[in-house]
Design a protein around this ligand. Structure first.
Ligand code: NAP
Length: 452
């Protein structure tokens, strides 16, 4: 018999709770997938933000929904929370921190001491951003571990809830044909792009404190890179999968603060300061070149880029294979294009393989590029749906382990330190593909950015 479950959503009146968490909980209830769910508590200071909104979900969510007034910083408010917990014997308690990140530590501290006298099974879910730099991430981990075991901690990176990203592992490890070519002998470079058309869109105060490197690279892009580069795990089990990701992150070549400019470029779109209405040192674009110094990947550059107010919204991974030997190109009078493997995460969800074929004129004319495509789009679950189901099941495969979170910060830390030394940030035109410095980063290696 499974325990009944109660969700406590800190920040239960906020944007994430309203746009993602309640719709998913409501859907899962409707589909009969959350039979154990007995209560959903929205915690926050202002009930009026949610009172009318929650009625739209109808009976299924309303029946279990409660608002619990709580200011995270006020210790006395946790007495009310304790009284609710007393009324839930044998219930598994799932605490979801959907709070402004600067409140995470305080919430963990006050919640942790409130929970001391209870023996209910429990889980804690922590939203991103997990820390602001290496030191604060370590502090956050330390606070969490004072009150929760690693098995009870779910650090969210919602990109891992996206089916096309999970599919990277399926394609790589469920097909025999890829393993033999998925390495430095066949692959020339790998490009991971997460480009956005939108700018600040009401998130100015959050984004300006964080910037593109912390918002996208430290978490989402390094997670995608880990899936692309990891070894097959000994078992498809949460610990074994995360062990392999940790090995990738540990093998990423570290650079010192003085070397950063050779590997990292930042940018800011023209008009950002005017939009923000104050001075700022925040980047809205990052491009990076990383190397993984292990047997599989030595010498293969991984180019990462992300930014706001760019020409198009697109998130994808392009695996670029090596060119065929030059003498074949000389016979044809042209070089066949490299094979490419695409994992498209947005706007569509597709896997596509590009290869060269003879044109209608015959096999001695220049080959033309053709592709085979599999569209994953129909009926994919929403990222938060997958993740919430996993939390309830207790499956941590798609959540970030303590060591992963710190290793990812270790990789970006010298970049943060280098950029803190200098005020000037290269500008780029809104609607472009970022600053020219990002093109130079890849072109100086004799390559170019590819979008498919
Ligand atoms: N929104 C998204 O799509 C999204 C996506 C990925 C990750 N996240 C992460 O999710 C978290 C929440 O983001 P959000 O966009 O939902 O933020 P938000 O809309 O600003 O909501 C913040 C929530 O925190 C509560 N809060 C603020 N101060 C409080 C205090 N002193 N005591 C108790 N509650 C307090 C607010 O409730 P009251 O005002 O009622 O107190 C509100 O419910 C952040 O860590 C964010 O990075 C958000």
């Amino acid at each position: 018999m499974t325990n009944p479950i109660a969700f406590f959503i800190f920040g239960g009146t906020g944007d994430l709770a309203r746009r993602k968490l309640y719709p998913v909980l409501s859907k899962l209830l409707k589909e009969g997938k959350l039979k154990e769910l007995k209560a959903v508590y929205a915690l926050g200071r202002s009930e009026e933000k949610i009172r009318d909104y929650i009625t739209r979900f109808g009976d299924n969510l309303l029946k279990v929904f409660r608002f619990l007034p709580l200011d995270v910083s006020k210790k006395e408010n946790y007495r009310k929370l304790a009284r609710e917990i007393e009324s839930l014997p044998d219930t598994e308690l799932i605490f979801y921190l959907a709070l402004p990140p600067q409140l995470f530590e305080q919430a963990i501290l006050n919640l942790g001491s409130t929970l001391r006298r209870f023996s209910n099974p429990r889980k804690i879910v922590v939203e991103k951003p997990f820390g602001f730099d290496l030191e604060s991430a370590k502090r956050l981990n330390f606070q969490l571990k004072r009150y929760f075991t690693e098995k009870e901690i779910y650090r969210i990176d919602h990109f891992l809830g996206k089916a096309p990203i999970q599919n990277i592992l399926s394609v790589r490890f469920s097909n025999y044909i890829f393993e033999g070519i998925w390495n430095k002998n066949f692959i020339d470079n790998i490009q991971i792009s997460a480009l956005e058309e939108i700018g600040l869109e009401g998130r100015a105060s959050y984004y300006d404190r964080v910037g593109a490197l912390r918002d996208m690279v430290q978490n989402h892009l390094l997670q995608i890179l880990s899936f692309i580069a990891m070894e097959p795990p000994a078992l498809m089990d949460p610990e074994r999968v995360r062990d392999e990701k940790v090995k990738v992150l540990s093998s990423i070549r570290r650079f010192s603060v003085s070397e950063v400019d050779r590997y990292a470029v930042r940018g800011r779109y023209r008009g950002y300061i005017e939009e923000l209405g104050r001075e700022s040192r925040t980047e809205t674009f990052v491009a990076l070149k990383l190397f993984i110094d292990n047997f599989r990947w030595e010498g293969v550059p991984f180019y990462l880029r992300t930014g706001k107010r760019l020409k198009e919204k697109i998130t994808q991974v392009v695996v670029v294979f090596k060119e065929v030997p030059g003498n074949f190109g000389r016979i044809l009078g042209c070089m066949p294009a490299s094979n490419k493997f695409l994992f498209e995460i947005a706007p569509g969800s597709r896997v596509r393989f590009f290869f060269e074929m003879a044109p209608p004129e015959g096999f001695l004319a220049c080959p033309v590029e053709r592709s085979m495509e599999i569209d994953l789009s129909p009926n994919l679950p929403e990222a938060y749906e997958t993740l919430i189901e996993d939390i309830v099941k207790g499956d941590q495969t798609l959540f970030i382990r303590e060591d992963e979170s710190e290793l990812a910060w270790e990789i970006v830390q010298p970049i943060l330190e280098r950029w803190a030394q200098e005020d000037s940030i290269p500008e780029y035109e809104p609607g472009s593909y970022g600053p020219k410095e990002a093109d130079k980063l890849i072109e100086s290696d004799g390559r170019r950015w590819i979008l498919l």
